[in-house]
Design a protein around this ligand. Structure first.
Ligand code: SF4
Length: 352
């Protein structure tokens, strides 16, 4: 399959008081034409800032290195004026909260039309017809009336449909959807995700989906990248990675899904939290202080990624070694519940 976007050895750090705090470390990923790929991880793992860099909207204090190749063009080399040809045109983004992404003082039809007129050589009437067409395509009723509405006059689901219309109206090669249903009611979430999948299929647009919802990802995406503290720790086909996780972090995420627990079993939660940027160590495994399988080597030396049966794993241990140690997850869970003291599975760096 043709590659739409290839990210290689991408790193991003934030500068403060002349010091650089790494937030994304040597990340590689690729999205093919027409494919829907997921980027998963807890908040603070670097997903959104990586996605924002793909559209040139990273914070001003960020320093970037590596490569983001988009159809033969190097995105990291683009000047601000050059970004106008890409943003909202060849690369679009759907944000979490449509109410803050839409201008509250401008009618929604006009906002979508502005995006058309900015990037296409069409008359205003041709542009208006295009907008009405895409409003119908995203399932909005009475599109003439919706066109004339202000954002506050629409429901949350309708506003997100407007954002989807705006994102697809110029037929982008790549769409980034950053937790597009977080602000919506549960009943609307599935409809919005199905709509993004429908547009992806009908228009052949590659989609990078950032989401916490592993069920949705299993349903919609073909491949997945798991991100922890700025590193891709496991990647591969969705069914392999989420159906049979190998990396200790992926195992923890999958075990945290309510549907994964057996009847009567408590829900698993990965101990600890993602460390803030200023507390991250530059050596050793970034997951060391939360990992059930951590050993002394993990504390001192950053692992290298290896490929196992088509998936990429960032760990010192083999899949068999990790599986053998996974009984310690149960001990973690029991300790979390206060049922029993730690059983000795905790390694040195977990105590740090
Ligand atoms: Fe756990 Fe060590 Fe593997 Fe990191 S390298 S995930 S700490 S076992």
């Amino acid at each position: 399959m043709e590659s739409v976007c290839k990210v290689t050895d991408f790193s991003l750090g934030f500068v403060q008081d002349k010091k650089v705090y790494p937030a994304v470390n040597h990340v590689d990923f690729e999205i093919h034409a027409g494919e829907m790929v997921a980027l998963i991880g807890e908040s603070g793992c670097g997903k959104s800032v990586t996605a924002l860099s793909l559209i040139g909207l990273q914070p001003e204090t960020a320093v970037l290195s590596g490569s983001m190749n988009f159809g033969g063009e190097e995105l990291l080399a683009l000047k601000e004026a050059q970004w106008q040809d890409y943003r909202g045109n060849r690369i679009s983004m759907i944000f979490q909260e449509p109410m803050t992404a839409l201008n509250p003082l401008i009618k929604v039809g006009k906002q979508v039309l502005e995006n058309v007129m900015l990037h296409q050589k069409v008359t205003k009437e041709e542009g208006r017809q295009q907008v009405l067409g895409i409003l119908r395509q995203v399932g909005l009723p009475d599109v003439e009336q919706i066109y004339q509405s202000y954002p506050h006059q629409l429901s949350g689901g309708q506003r997100q449909r407007i954002m989807i219309a705006m994102a697809f109206v110029n037929n982008p090669d790549l769409l980034i959807a950053d937790e597009p249903t977080t602000a919506l009611d549960v009943t609307i979430q599935a409809q919005i995700m199905d709509l993004i999948k429908k547009m992806n299929r009908e228009r052949g647009t590659a989609v990078l989906l950032i989401s916490h919802d592993l069920g949705v990802i299993r349903h919609l995406c073909s491949r997945v990248y798991i991100m922890y503290a700025g590193h891709i720790v496991e990647s591969g086909e969705v069914e392999h990675v989420l159906g049979n996780p190998v990396h200790p972090y992926t195992r923890g995420l999958v075990a945290s899904i309510p549907s994964s627990r057996k009847k009567g079993e408590a829900l698993y939660s990965i101990p600890g939290v993602v460390p803030p940027l200023y507390q991250r160590k530059t050596e050793g495994c970034p997951f060391c202080n939360r990992c059930f399988a951590a050993g002394k080597l993990c504390e001192r030396i950053t692992p290298a990624a290896y490929v196992h049966e088509g998936r990429r794993i960032f760990c010192h241990l083999t899949p068999e070694e990790i599986a053998a140690l996974s009984v310690r997850m149960k001990a973690d869970q029991e300790e979390n519940e206060g049922k029993s003291p730690k059983t000795g599975g905790v390694q040195e760096c977990r105590k740090g």
